[in-house]
Design a protein around this ligand. Structure first.
Ligand code: DC
Length: 225
């Protein structure tokens, strides 16, 4: 009999702290990680690199069907590897962020990425973060978290993350871009970011990250026992 690995899904808007929570839980539980946003970002990087027409879904599809991606911990940081090359910082640029959100509305591209994302489901378990992890990619799991925070807090966190990577940004410009991306992620016709009633909602606006991790781990442990 095949044993299906358990999955914790963490959905929510950009900058809500999904990545941080996902990494903290993965280190605690020793489960695998899927950063699905990184997959859309990698696709954007490849589209830019190969100068593919971003208006042609047909031209983008072969790139989506041929990805070699790994998520690895190195000195406590999660590294995103494409064909064994560390592209963790490259995929966080503004141009990549914006293009990733445009590519994420393409239905056939999303369809191709479904099986690829599901291939990360391996024992002892997977923690998957994104927008549609609990609704579309792993709807069968009962361990679903929705992490939220207000736009200002999310923009501030994203600004600090970019600064850490050596990129200086204007807060108001970034806030405007995040708002535009939120709108695209929530209003697209395929797999939009939506809140269902089968999830644990955590609003991290005024809660320190250690507390968020504690709440999430308590929820998972209670469900698993
Ligand atoms: O979480 P992030 O900012 O790294 O995601 C990058 C883009 O990819 C974002 O605009 C939303 C999109 N995305 C998506 O549509 N579905 C997912 N499961 C994850 C990300």
């Amino acid at each position: 009999m095949m044993i299906c690995a358990p999955v914790i899904t963490i959905d929510g808007p950009s900058g809500s702290g999904k990545g941080t929570l996902c990494q903290a839980m993965s280190q605690e539980l020793k489960w695998n990680i899927l950063d699905s946003g990184a997959i859309y970002r990698i696709l954007a990087l490849l589209v830019l690199h190969h100068q593919v027409d971003i208006n042609s879904e047909k031209a983008i599809m072969p790139l989506a069907g041929n990805l070699d991606v790994q998520f690895l911990f190195q000195n406590g940081d999660l590294k995103v590897m494409l064909k064994r090359v560390d592209i963790s910082i490259k995929i966080r640029s503004q141009i990549v962020s914006d293009l990733a959100s445009r590519l994420a509305v393409l239905p056939r591209v999303r369809e191709i990425l479904l099986n690829f994302q599901r291939s990360f489901r391996k024992l002892p378990g997977l923690i998957a973060d994104g927008r549609d992890m609990g609704t579309v990619v792993f709807p069968d799991t009962s361990l679903k978290i929705f992490l939220d925070a207000n736009l200002e807090a999310r923009t501030y966190r994203r600004m600090l993350q970019l600064q850490k990577n050596g990129v200086s940004v204007n807060f108001n410009e970034l806030l405007f871009q995040m708002e535009k991306r939120d709108e695209r992620d929530c209003n697209r016709s395929v797999a939009p970011l939506i809140l269902r009633d089968d999830v644990l909602i955590i609003n991290s606006t005024h809660i320190p990250k250690q507390k968020v991790t504690e709440i999430a781990l308590d929820y998972v442990r209670t469900k698993l026992t």
